[in-house]
Design a protein around this ligand. Structure first.
Ligand SMILES: CC(C)(COP(=O)(O)OP(=O)(O)OC[C@H]1O[C@@H](n2cnc3c(N)ncnc32)[C@H](O)[C@@H]1OP(=O)(O)O)[C@@H](O)C(=O)NCCC(=O)NCCS
Length: 158
């Protein structure tokens, strides 16, 4: 289920941001102490920020954000999809199901809006997920000391 973030998700958010496994292809994790200090008691809520809930517990996060400062002109100003799941939930199709639902929500909320996605090309799981969701390659580029893949998704009706 996709839902808004709640105060009871705090521990899962801390785990997501401080997990070395989750951040293997995201420039490394932040220190747990720092994350715990900075994490607000009540999470911010805005349209496009989803918690993925499995049987009443948070297993991941999906973000659809306007990429205002994107370094590639093809992505600047477009909506950007990001996803982070807790390692114990990986490999069961949850990310594919949840991201497809978020894109379906978007197609209803903002009809015709394309979505971009940037991931390290070495991040095999993320690359497979992007392909499965229907993202196609725009370009590859070097940034943050690694090859990055920029993909784009267009809604079915566009
Ligand atoms: C990327 C991520 C969200 C995938 O989550 P997931 O729930 O395991 O994904 P799914 O089970 O829905 O699988 C989606 C596809 O990826 C493939 N996949 C998943 N893990 C994989 C792995 N370790 N190696 C290769 N392929 C993998 C699946 O097989 C599936 O493809 P298929 O249907 O063609 O077989 C998860 O690994 C994650 O949170 N990683 C850390 C955060 C991250 O790197 N995010 C990307 C930021 S751009």
């Amino acid at each position: 289920m996709l839902r808004e973030p709640e105060a009871r998700d705090r521990a899962a958010f801390i785990e997501l941001l401080a997990s070395p496994e989750v951040h293997t292809y995201l420039g490394g994790p932040r220190s747990r102490d720092e994350v715990e200090r900075e994490m607000p008691e009540a999470p911010e809520r805005w349209p496009g920020s989803f918690v993925v809930d499995l049987d009443g517990s948070m297993i991941g996060q999906i973000l659809l954000r306007r990429a205002t400062g994107h370094r590639r002109p093809a992505a600047a100003g477009k909506l950007d999809l990001g996803y982070l799941f807790l390692p114990q939930a990986w490999g069961r199709g949850y990310a594919a199901e949840a991201c497809a639902a978020a894109l379906h929500w978007l197609a209803g909320a903002l009809p015709g809006e394309p979505v971009v996605l940037t991931t390290q090309s070495a991040n095999t799981a993320s690359m497979r997920l992007a392909a499965k969701l229907g993202f196609t390659e725009v370009e590859r580029f070097e940034a943050w000391d690694a090859e990055q893949w920029l993909g784009m998704w267009s809604p079915p009706s566009a």
